[in-house]
Design a protein around this ligand. Structure first.
Ligand SMILES: [Zn+2]
Length: 236
């Protein structure tokens, strides 16, 4: 649906973070997935100073649909690392910002084992109680599949479960609505879009850097993901 995209011609950035933690030494795998707590605090303070408000995906939807106007930026975290709760949430709360953290429903309280074969250090993920703390702290939980699988490499039945059951499992744990999905590895095919829609998600995002022409995905809003402010897009 393009009308919503057309409705909001101003690009709305959606920031994507993973770990808010001191990066491992130079040469370690995927150092770019880390932002230090100090740098994160600086980035959020700068946004605030520039007059931007950081919002969760649910908070952002009226702006993406063009129903509201204002200086807003989406704040999202992938994978549900415990350091999001301990290092990011206090900063967000201080500034009155909200955010969405995309959680893998069958990995709660475990570690980022799916990254292990790439040499990424194993780090704790939020457990159920910590997810409830996250929500009680004014932040949002989004869905990021059940097992962090590559949807394009699974059969349809498995993909369907990864998308739909993730939502119901997370809702049961958090006792709150889970309305936004993020494709693991940014990988999807058109049928996965249909599955996410059928499961009742309001948006599904990729992990693509950059602007229009990337693998953005939307059915009622212009959503894309990128690193670093502020250069987003509305491709319609
Ligand atoms: Zn992920």
């Amino acid at each position: 649906m393009t009308s919503a995209c057309v409705a909001n011609l101003s690009p709305i950035p959606i920031l994507m973070y993973h770990q808010i933690e001191q990066a491992p030494p130079k040469g370690a795998a995927f150092r770019s997935l880390y932002v230090s707590p100090k740098a994160f605090a600086r980035q959020m303070a700068l946004l605030s100073l520039l007059g931007y408000r950081g919002l969760s995906m649910s908070g952002l939807m009226p702006y993406l649909r063009g129903e509201k106007n204002g200086k807003v930026v989406g704040i999202t975290f992938d994978d549900g690392f415990l350091n999001n709760l301990t290092n990011a949430m206090p900063v967000l709360q201080r500034l009155g910002f909200s955010s969405t953290c995309y959680i893998i429903s069958q990995r709660i309280g475990q570690t980022n084992a799916w990254d292990g074969d790439k040499g990424v250090a194993q780090t704790p993920l939020m457990d159920a109680a910590q997810l409830r703390q996250w929500v009680a702290g004014g932040q949002e939980v989004g869905a990021h599949s059940r097992q962090h699988v590559r949807l394009t490499q699974t059969d349809a039945a498995t993909a369907q479960q990864e998308i739909a059951l993730c939502k119901t499992e997370l809702q049961a744990i958090t006792q709150s609505a889970v309305q936004h999905f993020c494709y693991p590895y940014g990988d999807y095919r058109p049928e996965h879009v249909a599955m996410a829609q059928a499961a009742g998600f309001e948006s599904a995002t990729t992990v693509e850097r950059g602007v229009a022409g990337g693998r953005t995905i939307c059915w009622n809003c212009p959503v894309c993901r990128f690193f670093g402010p502020p250069a987003c897009r509305c491709s319609g």
